[in-house]
Design a protein around this ligand. Structure first.
Ligand SMILES: Cc1cc2nc3c(=O)[nH]c(=O)nc-3n(C[C@H](O)[C@H](O)[C@H](O)COP(=O)(O)OP(=O)(O)OC[C@H]3O[C@@H](n4cnc5c(N)ncnc54)[C@H](O)[C@@H]3O)c2cc1C
Length: 424
């Protein structure tokens, strides 16, 4: 007998109803956010890059772990950044320079490099042109403020604050970024601008050379008795370096590098003792000196990534090249690299090409290495020679100063590297 619908239903009523298999699943994954370019890190390099990308009309997301308030109003961090001619031009083109308070742009008219207590010095004079300077000194927090403001007015840039990147994976087509909140972002290109200790760089497998100098740098501001005449000094004394950089009025920015074990002690010295210590080290060139504001300490570790790209990812700023500050080039290089990368992307976009192709990223990496590697190596070499107290080092540093003054081509080469002036 054929089963009727009734019998079938009554049969099923006697048996426990077969349960539908329940799919085991974790919390539902929210749909990812898509963008063209995701910049990890809203420091000066990341924000400058975001601004430089605006003409491309691409959707750019900047992911920054600091809060909105910290990004908009960064606190003074003791760093005064020496900016080159090229940086001034690039910052003007990006609308950053115009946002710096004029009174905080301090020109450097002359630089002197001094070895020990010798009165002899290697001298760099300002170029022969009206308004010329070797460079300009600007507080780092004001550069960050200017970069933040310039990025914020971009139509195609979105700044995400309180937004920590936890993981980055890339393949041939895209980069997937996972935030601490669990949100995923999928980009055609990711850029790691997350500092010299970049976590992203490690996650995508880019090896990095690291030079720990076993030293720290203390930065602070001081007022002084005598005028500085806009002269910047770099003094090499007993395994230390002391830079005294001119600010508005009779004020200066002091940068002192010391073995790490001494640095913490000097940072905590009572102010009166510190004043006397720096004035004496500086051989009273500007008379009595007095500290104002905080003394900020940074460990001295230079980094240089083995390559500045991975599939669908580029390194920018300190994540690519983390310079020793003695030659004052970290941000100058970061900015130059950011603008170069942005221009390549804009060109690719205009030509209807892939904005994250390996070819583009390799070309960027090659060019940025060519620009940065000589000064990176020379800076580390210089630090070795000028902070060792054995006889060969002492003789070499004395010889180098004389050589620099005696040979105009050597001096010109150094000057061009340090000021990034366009070739005459
Ligand atoms: C004492 C001193 C003096 C200096 N003097 C000069 C000078 O005279 N001239 C010069 O050109 N340069 C100088 N520099 C170097 C310059 O300050 C740096 O090169 C520059 O600040 C680097 O900028 P950045 O954006 O690459 O990195 P950073 O300023 O380190 O910014 C990285 C950003 O990434 C964010 N971030 C990190 N990880 C994550 C994450 N997982 N998720 C989201 N966000 C993240 C951080 O919060 C930060 O905002 C000096 C440096 C020091 C220490």
């Amino acid at each position: 007998m054929a089963k009727t619908a009734k019998s079938a239903s009554s049969a099923s009523a006697q048996k426990p109803a077969a349960k539908k298999p329940v799919k085991k699943s974790g919390p539902k994954l929210a749909a990812p956010t898509y963008c063209d370019i995701a910049i990890i890190g809203g420091g000066p390099a990341g924000l400058s890059l975001a601004r430089a990308l605006e003409p491309a009309g691409l959707k750019v997301l900047v992911l920054e772990s600091s809060s909105e308030a910290e990004l908009k109003n960064p606190k003074p961090d003791g760093r005064d950044i020496a900016l080159t001619h090229l940086s001034r031009t690039l910052m003007t083109e990006l609308g950053l320079w115009q946002r710096l308070p004029e009174a905080e742009i301090n020109p450097l008219r002359e630089a002197r490099v001094i070895n020990g207590t010798s009165p002899y010095f290697l001298q760099f004079n300002k170029p022969d042109a009206p308004d010329a300077a070797l460079g300009w000194l600007v507080p780092n927090f004001l550069i960050r403020t200017a970069a933040d403001e310039a990025a914020r007015v971009c139509k195609h840039v979105e700044l995400r604050t309180n937004c920590t990147v936890k993981d980055v994976r890339t393949n041939d087509d895209s980069a997937t970024i996972t935030l601490a909140s669990g949100e995923r972002i999928i980009a055609k290109l990711a850029v790691a601008a997350d500092s010299r200790f970049s976590q992203t760089r490690r996650q995508v497998g880019i090896a990095t050379r690291l030079r720990d100098f076993g030293r720290a740098v203390i930065v602070c501001r001081m007022t002084h008795e005598l005028p500085h005449d806009d002269i910047a000094y770099e003094c090499f004394i007993d395994e230390q370096t002391l830079a005294v950089l001119p600010l508005f009025g009779q004020n200066c920015s002091v940068v002192i590098t010391l073995p790490s074990y001494e640095a913490a002690k000097v940072q905590r010295m009572p102010a009166a003792e510190f004043n006397a210590y720096i004035a004496q080290r500086f051989q009273h060139r500007v008379g009595k000196m007095e500290l104002y504001g905080e003394r900020v300490l940074y460990p001295l570790i230079a980094t240089y990534a083995d390559r500045f790209y991975a599939p669908r990812l580029a390194l920018a700023g300190d994540a690519a090249v983390g310079m020793h500050p003695v030659t004052a080039h970290g941000y100058n290089f970061g900015l130059r690299g950011a603008v170069d990368l942005a221009q390549r992307i804009i060109k690719a976009r205009e030509a209807g090409e892939d904005i994250g192709s390996l070819e583009l990223l390799r070309a960027y990496s090659r060019q940025h290495r060519k620009v940065t590697r000589p000064l990176y190596l020379a800076t580390n070499g210089l630090v070795e020679i000028y902070t060792k107290d054995h006889l060969p080092a002492r003789l070499l540093r004395k010889g180098l100063l004389h050589l620099g003054n005696a040979l105009p081509p050597v001096k010109r080469l150094l000057m061009n590297q340090l000021t990034e002036l366009p070739e005459a």
